[in-house]
Ligand binder design. Structure first.
Ligand code: NAD
Length: 353
């Protein structure tokens, strides 16, 4: 199991450091992992002149999985667009053909007060949003701004091929099989032909997964249901743009950005695993960042790329345990709990393993 480790910028090295320690603890228990570190993002621009240097590309392609912290920071915001850290991120996603983005939104009962919704609406929330990542209106052609009849018009094209819909639907049905076997596909078929095709193809794919219960929902209703009664969902699957918005909405239900992992997968199970948050420059270097989203990203890596369900569940169980023991980093701290820094949180997880 070859892992390419990309700490990145800001709090990236601090949080990835703790996830690596957790993986090392599992390795000393017999899990056969190899880890190699490389540069991505702003640190790569500083040290190699490129946000996604050739050496990183080689390592990422050779590895079975990539574990990433986060990239970016205010010092890079004035660089030309092709040198920006975000280019590194888009570059590696494209290079590795990562078309399926899996984002769990999970709220541990101990953290129910962190949500802006009533605790009874969100306590125990556990949903997974599967978002298509390489198609849709974000990449469709033609696109641009041009002049028509003397005024500027902006143009983008929403487009999905049957094959693109089919492969993301298969990922979503597969993920639903590993959970409660309920899948809700989100579209806007009442207005957009592109998503009528989406609905038709997903319905067709469902025949291969008779054990998974499929439902469909229009995106406006889905946005509403996510705040009205989010626990009705198990797995949701949708296109790139709707998924961008709904996955952010779902993650904010939990109120704790430092807790949520994500996976981006290709069609062979290779994946890039990262927390959903950014590089948090405001707290970088202070040793206070929450490493749990990155540690949980490592658990997703063991589950989805390496099929090491027991090891993944062990990490998730350890995270649950430390929350139960009252350990909290500053972002999830409440009176009456034990405030700890990044490394102490890592220590607690390893002890709980
Ligand atoms: P952010 O997610 O970095 O931070 C938002 C807020 O959440 C900040 O107050 C931060 O301190 C806090 N926060 C985030 N992660 C935390 C953690 N693990 N523990 C405790 N607190 C945490 O978003 P931002 O401030 O909008 O962006 C900062 C930089 O990160 C920008 O350069 C942006 O481009 C980049 N970014 C990168 C990624 C990525 O690498 N995938 C994603 C989003 C943003």
């Amino acid at each position: 199991m070859k892992i390419c480790v990309l700490p990145g910028d800001g709090i990236g090295p601090e949080i990835v450091g703790q996830a690596v320690r957790v993986l090392e603890a599992l390795r000393s228990d017999g899990l056969k992992l190899e880890m190699e570190t490389a540069l991505l993002g702003g640190c790569a621009v500083d040290q190699a002149g490129e946000p996604y240097p050739e050496a990183t590309r080689r390592l990422a392609r050779e590895a079975d999985a990539v574990l990433l912290g986060a990239v970016g920071g205010p010092q890079y915001d004035t660089l030309p667009r092709e040198k920006r850290p975000e280019r590194g991120l888009l570059g590696i996603r494209k290079d590795l053909g990562l078309f399926a983005n899996l984002r769990p939104a999970m709220l541990y009962p101990e953290l129910a007060n962190a949500s802006s919704l009533k605790p009874e609406i969100v306590a125990g929330l556990d949903i997974l949003i599967v978002r298509e990542l390489t198609g849709d209106i974000y990449f469709g052609e033609p696109r641009g701004i041009e002049t028509r009849d003397g005024q500027r018009v902006g143009i983008n094209t929403m487009i999905y091929s049957e094959a693109e819909i089919r492969r993301i639907a298969c990922v979503a049905f597969g993920a639903a099989r590993k959970r409660s076997r309920r899948l809700c596909s989100v579209d806007k078929m009442n207005v957009l032909e592109c998503t009528q095709l989406w609905r038709d193809v997903v319905t067709d794919v469902a025949r291969d997964y008779p054990d998974v219960e499929l439902s469909h929902m229009l995106v406006d209703n889905a946005a509403m249901q996510l705040v009205r009664n989010p626990k009705q969902f198990d797995v949701m699957v949708t296109g790139n743009m709707f998924g961008d918005i709904l996955s952010d909405e779902a993650s904010m239900l939990t109120g704790s950005i430092g807790m949520l992992p994500s996976a981006s997968l290709d069609d062979k199970g290779k994946g890039l695993y990262e927390p959903i948050h950014g590089s948090a420059p405001d707290i970088a270097g202070k040793g206070v960042a929450n490493p749990l989203a990155t540690i949980l990203s490592a658990a997703m890596m063991l589950r989805y790329t390496f099929s090491q369900e027991t090891a993944a569940a062990r990490i998730e169980g350890a995270v649950k345990k430390v929350l139960g023991q009252g350990y909290r980093t500053a972002d999830i701290y409440e009176a009456g709990t034990k405030k700890v820094g990044t490394k102490e949180m890592g220590d607690a997880v390893i002890a709980a393993l």
